[in-house]
Design a protein around this ligand. Structure first.
Ligand code: G4P
Length: 528
């Protein structure tokens, strides 16, 4: 019989992050292939395509060729249970990605070897580093003419400010890509092309770091690799697990996802190097995964994944204890009871009812609005996990109805989309049209599209005059009230009724800060 400790120890929960087109979808598919979670290569891609068929609002993904939604996949590999969280690649949806990153214990960063570190990678990395999330790096597309590996490592070190430790090293690239040398096992895996390759069992292995046969076959490319290996092993720090776990060093692997090459090494690294679920901070105390009582936090809400059912699913990461189907949970914020008959897992990308689940696992809780982003669920204890970020919007639009008869539908739609975090919805203190706030322009497009297709509402978005928003708090409730009354024309309330100061010019904020020293102005709000 396995104990809870065993179950925790064998969990690995991680997210794949990358700039769009670096190969995230392809790599995900190959990882699933290894784990036997899918039989045929191409099915994640196919799913990427078929999702559009089943899920109307994702049409916009197709039009734009981007991934808007994020999803969860669970698989078994060796003796581990791996939870893989996909994240939207486009920067306009980075807020969603940030929240997903709060639910993982490690991240796999995919870099296109031709493009090096791209802007979106950098932004995501900043979030990981703020949380000290350990990062494994995969440098993809070595089957193309790309940058020299030393140059790419250099770039990672300088732009991301993080030492790299090469675990594998490529021999050649593009047409002359010979394979990768595993620096730990001291052997070379010879490259074979093939998109549908499932396994690596019949791969050719050349032993040692100075193999005569390899030298003969790959000539100057092999020698160049040997020289580079000598250089990096002399110049870079040795692998230090503590530093890696603290997000201060990243192991690097080279390969070609599309050819399923160099992927196995990454999967092994996830199992061998990445940490199992750890302790999680709550307002009241720190929660250990091995505690017997269940607790978890909602980090993502997705409505209408299946438009036929008008469903709304809250994604919860288990922090402690064991989940058992049917158990009664308490939503700490509201004190309401939550029944768990229909809770789902995401095993092999199919949704199925989950019987039990453990810390690190992600479960999907269907609900009609009783669960919100950042909600903590427990067996009764009053706990509130911290750290789920909301960022102050940088773009604002006023929403107007094309058909005034549909105002109820508009409100319902915006409330639900606001709860999902797809957009931030503000209500002005003085009434009037609803104000929408976003980080990226595409968020408005997605919302307009979803309002039309899911709620049957045609809207017009007009530019608003604001440039910034700041949540306001104060230790002195009277002072806060005074501030709100004195600035009524510029106060708006967000979906959780947090007061927000709307800023037209940056200088307005400076003036307010000076005039109201007891008021704090926040660019980020943590759910609490
Ligand atoms: P993303 O999820 O990060 O956006 O990237 P995705 O996996 O969709 O890959 C982006 C493009 O890069 C795809 O080509 C994919 O086939 C290609 N790709 C991924 N890994 C490799 C690799 O190791 N080598 C090479 N040469 N290409 C790779 P596409 O033409 O945009 O799409 P598709 O027509 O192949 O689906």
């Amino acid at each position: 019989m396995t104990t809870q400790q065993d179950e925790v120890r064998r969990r690995r929960t991680f997210a794949i992050i990358s700039h769009p087109d670096a190969g995230k979808t392809t790599l995900t598919e190959k990882l699933l292939l290894y784990a036997g979670a899918i039989q045929i290569a191409g099915s994640v891609k196919a799913r990427k395509a078929s999702r559009h068929a089943t899920s109307d609002w994702m049409e916009i993904e197709k039009q734009r060729g981007i991934s808007v939604a994020s999803s969860v996949m669970q698989m078994e590999y060796r003796d581990c249970v791996i939870n893989l969280l996909d994240t939207p690649g486009h920067k306009d949806f980075s807020e969603d990605t940030y929240r997903v990153l709060t639910a993982v214990d490690a991240a796999l960063m995919v870099i296109d070897a031709a493009n090096g570190v791209e802007p979106q990678t950098l932004r995501l990395l900043e979030v990981c580093r703020a949380r000290n999330t350990p990062i494994i790096t995969f440098i993809n597309k070595m089957d193309r003419e790309v940058r020299e590996p030393l140059e790419t490592l250099d770039e990672i070190e300088s732009t991301l400010g993080m030492p790299t430790v090469a675990f594998t090293w490529p021999v050649g690239m593009g047409k002359n890509f010979g394979g990768v040398i595993d620096l730990r096992k001291e052997q070379m895996r010879v490259f074979r092309a093939g998109q549908d390759r499932a396994g690596v069992e019949d791969d050719e292995i050349l032993a040692g770091l100075d193999n005569a046969e390899a030298r003969k076959r790959f000539g100057m490319y092999y020698e160049q690799a040997q020289g580079e290996i000598e250089l990096v092993s002399g110049a870079s720090e040795p692998f230090d697990r503590e530093a890696f776990l603290a997000g201060k060093q990243t192991p690097v692997f080279f390969g070609s996802a599309i050819n399923n090459f160099g992927v196995r090494e990454v999967l092994d690294a996830l199992v061998d190097l990445a940490p199992p679920p750890g302790a999680r901070p709550a307002l009241q105390r720190v929660v250990e995964p091995t505690e017997p009582k269940f607790s978890g936090v909602v980090f993502k809400i997705q409505a209408n994944m299946d438009p036929a059912h008008r469903d709304r699913i809250a994604f919860l990461r288990i922090s402690s204890g064991r989940f058992e189907r049917g158990m009664k949970l308490k939503v700490v914020r509201s004190g309401k009871e939550f029944r768990t008959q229909n809770v789902m897992s995401f095993l092999s990308q199919r949704r199925e009812l989950v019987e039990d689940a453990w810390p690190g696992d992600i479960i999907g809780l269907p609900n009609h609005g009783v669960l919100q982003l950042g909600d903590t669920l427990t067996e009764g204890e009053t706990l509130q996990f911290t750290g789920l970020p909301f960022f102050a919007p940088e773009l604002f639009q006023i929403v107007e109805l094309a058909d005034p008869m549909k105002s109820k539908q508009l409100r319902t739609g915006l409330t639900q989309l606001g709860e999902e975090g797809a957009i931030q919805v503000f209500r002005s203190q003085l009434g009037g049209s609803l104000l929408l706030g976003a980080i990226g322009q595409l968020q408005f497009e997605v919302v307009a599209h979803r309002l039309r297709t899911e709620y049957g509402v045609e809207t017009r978005f007009l530019p608003a005059r604001y440039q910034m928003a700041r949540w306001v708090t104060s230790d002195d409730p009277n002072e806060l009230k005074k501030f709100i009354d004195a600035n009524a024309a510029r106060i708006a309330w967000d979906s959780v009724e947090a007061p927000t100061f709307m800023v037209t010019y940056r200088s307005d904020l400076n003036v307010a800060e000076e005039r109201w020293p007891k008021i704090r102005f926040h660019a980020m709000r943590e759910h609490a």
